[in-house]
Ligand binder design. Structure first.
Ligand SMILES: [Zn+2]
Length: 366
């Protein structure tokens, strides 16, 4: 059996063991500790990382890890699950997006890995700061042990659960074949989750948004380990059906990885849209002026080009434009804006629209 030591947690075949990683020493004399669970079966197999709550008010993943890891699971398990129920305890305690001591998006602070030389030299980079001390440690454990990885998030208060298929970058032609094989495994893995799959933003925007430095983006793109982000619907509160469906989805991926036996479990707890084509995340539609918004579609609905998505009025209730905001694309409504007030050029939703961009792209040179 694989020997694993993470923080003060150590594997024990056939057992669940618990511990903490010393994340960051705080100036007030305490250490930010990152909790870790190691669940190891009696039979050898892959090592699967499950991480959650890098954004402190995205709660479902914490519950999914708590529900999934049981004594029974360990009896059935081939290999090891390493679960980190919160990657960001400071943000979790405050129910904030970010850590109290770092104002940057924690899901853009994982190491640059493969992309480091492609960016401008910057002497500050030699000095990781604040939350980066934690991400560097976690990344080193991925590097040492991970065969697969899922990072759990929640998109917004008005969203459906879905899985994100990241773009994959390669450096030169010699890497292309291997990258293709990795991408095929990745696609299979994300599909096995059993929810809607949305490809990430196209390559240019992907890099601009620093998604290669997200938790799963860095595992996938820099460490070349199959890894994806699962967006588990509503943030800020727990929906029991979403937890149950997400535990099923996770077990399905463990089955795909050969770590559990048994049939694939259909997710019936919430609607799973099944588009006929690959979709990508897209911020759409946008409004051309300020106004008041009222949606007439729900997350998960299929829509067609020209269909009204929301009523659009001024504050007195009088119609703006023709009284509606319409979609210019066929697709799935993934997440709806939660505010009633909108400003010019605001995107009011995120849709899954037909993905015509390649999943595999060379890293652009400067
Ligand atoms: Zn998130």
């Amino acid at each position: 059996m694989k020997d694993i030591k993470i923080g003060n947690a150590k594997n024990q075949p056939g057992k669940i063991t618990y511990g903490f990683i010393d994340g960051l020493e705080l100036p007030t004399g305490i250490i930010e500790k990152i909790p870790v669970i190691i669940a190891q079966g009696l039979e050898d197999g892959p090592t699967f990382f499950l991480t959650a709550n890098v954004h402190g008010f995205e709660l479902t993943g914490v519950a999914v890890i708590h529900e999934l890891i049981t004594d029974q699971l360990v009896q059935d398990l081939k290999g090891t699950i390493i679960a980190i129920p919160t990657l960001n305890p400071s943000a979790f305690r405050k129910y904030h997006h970010k850590a109290e001591y770092d104002d940057r998006d924690p899901n853009r602070l994982f190491p640059e890995g493969k992309f480091a030389e492609k960016e401008d030299k910057d002497e500050d980079k030699e000095y990781p700061k604040l939350y980066e001390h934690i991400t560097n440690k976690i990344y080193s454990y991925f590097e040492k042990y991970a065969d697969f990885h899922i990072d759990f998030h929640n998109h917004s208060l008005l969203s459906i659960p879905y899985a994100i298929l990241d773009r994959l970058f390669y450096e030169d032609e010699s890497e292309k074949e291997e990258a293709n094989l990795l991408l095929e495994r990745q696609k299979e893995m994300v599909d096995s989750f059993g929810m809607l799959v949305c490809a990430e933003f196209p390559a240019k925007k992907y890099l601009k948004m620093k998604l290669h430095r997200s938790v799963s983006g860095s595992t996938f793109n820099s460490l070349r380990i199959p890894a994806f982000t699962a967006e588990l619907g509503e943030n800020r509160f727990l929906v029991p059906e979403v937890i149950t469906g997400s535990v099923k989805g996770t077990r399905n991926v463990l089955k795909w990885a050969g770590m559990l036996k048994g049939p694939i479990e259909q997710i019936t707890e919430f609607p799973v849209p099944k588009p006929e084509f690959r979709v990508r995340r897209f911020d759409h539609p946008r409004v051309n002026r300020s106004g008041i918004l009222r949606f007439i579609v729900k997350p998960g609905d299929f829509v067609t080009k020209g269909q009204p998505i929301a009523k659009f009025t001024d504050i007195l209730g009088r119609p703006l434009n023709d009284g509606y905001i319409r979609t210019e694309y066929d697709g799935v409504m993934v997440s709806l804006q939660t505010q009633m007030t909108v400003y010019p050029n605001d995107a009011i939703a995120e849709m899954g629209v037909r993905d015509e961009f390649p999943l595999l792209t060379p890293i652009p040179s400067k």
